[in-house]
Design a protein around this ligand. Structure first.
Ligand code: ZN
Length: 319
């Protein structure tokens, strides 16, 4: 099985054995500005390289599964809208399938990540839980009665657009103000740091990114936090507070067994952020019982996407 996580900045591909253990992995920048045909070609290259690294021929693989950030018609294999990639109505499965000569499943990336958490991560054995993926944006997966809930129109779980700052919140990519994503995603954190730097505030981020703020990623934030950088600590702690408020809202509405956190920012800074997220969440949950919901790390790190892709591939191969 091959699982692929196609993000706005990078493509991750991995070859898995029957027990979903990683045999090899490859990584490439996405370069969405080159257009869908070229990006799909890059995905194909990534899969070829991963197969070569695992010393496996094509014929040893039954299907490829890809998680894509956008609205997907999984049955038809079409990416309807993917804002981060600037795609509209791309016949993904057909195009990639032709290049690889293999069946290709395409699923929403957050849905893929949630599936992975349910099968291999902290969601194993749970019937009701919520995934919060914190990275470039904020995505969510709702597993209710053991099934992923997608709502009437398939848009369920858009937890990044819960309003957590009611008055004068920052503008969100969706057009509203004060959404969780606009105050607590990595993009929002970096925006605040860059503004503070422009205003002349001191921070080690300036030297960590060699003066090029477009290079600020989760890893640089984690390093600045580790070095006790006052500005980064303050801004990351603020984000944790808002994620906790978002978690409390979800807990109060859905009464889940667990809220499970994942995504690039949590992978890099989870041990710093989790205690603050929990503190803020439990300060805002209603005390219906002593049995408190568990708030924890997914345990999958950056592998949630590729594992979810592999599960989608398996589902397609069985069909
Ligand atoms: Zn929004």
């Amino acid at each position: 099985m091959v699982g692929v996580d196609l993000g706005g900045t990078k493509i991750l591909a991995a070859v898995f054995d029957e027990k979903h253990r990683v045999l090899s992995r490859e990584k490439k920048p996405t370069r969405p500005e080159l257009g869908p045909q070229t990006v799909i070609g890059r995905v194909a290259d990534c899969v070829h390289d991963a197969l070569a690294a695992a010393a496996l021929p094509h014929t040893a693989i039954s299907a490829v599964g890809v998680g894509v950030p956008g609205m997907i018609d999984t049955r038809g294999g079409v990416v309807h809208v993917a804002p981060n990639l600037h795609w509209r109505d791309v016949p993904f499965s057909k195009w990639l399938g032709k290049q690889l000569d293999l069946p290709v499943a395409v699923v929403n990336d957050v849905e893929a990540g949630t599936m992975a958490v349910q099968h291999f991560g902290a969601g194993r054995g749970l019937q009701d839980f919520i995934c919060m993926f914190i990275g470039t944006g904020i995505g969510g997966g709702l597993v209710l009665h053991g099934e992923q809930y997608r709502g009437a129109g398939g848009m369920g779980g858009e937890i990044g657009h819960m309003v957590v700052v009611a008055y004068f919140g920052p503008k969100c990519g969706c057009g509203n103000y004060g959404c969780l994503e606009a105050v607590a995603s990595r993009t929002a954190i970096v925006r605040r740091i860059v503004k503070a730097m422009d205003d002349g505030q001191k921070t080690v981020v300036r030297s960590l990114c060699d003066g090029d703020t477009s290079r600020i990623r989760s890893r640089i934030l984690a390093e600045a936090y580790r070095q006790d950088d006052k500005l980064v600590r303050e801004i990351v702690n603020d984000a944790s507070h808002y994620i906790g408020i978002g978690a409390a809202n979800l807990i109060n509405v859905l009464n889940p067994q667990a809220v499970i956190l994942g995504g690039g920012l949590i992978e890099a800074l989870g041990n710093r952020m989790l205690p603050r997220i929990k503190k803020a969440a439990f300060a805002h949950t209603i005390a219906a019982s002593d049995e408190r919901v568990n708030i924890l790390d997914s345990g999958l790190g950056d592998d949630a996407g590729i594992l979810g892709g592999a599960l989608a591939a398996r589902r397609l191969a069985k069909r």
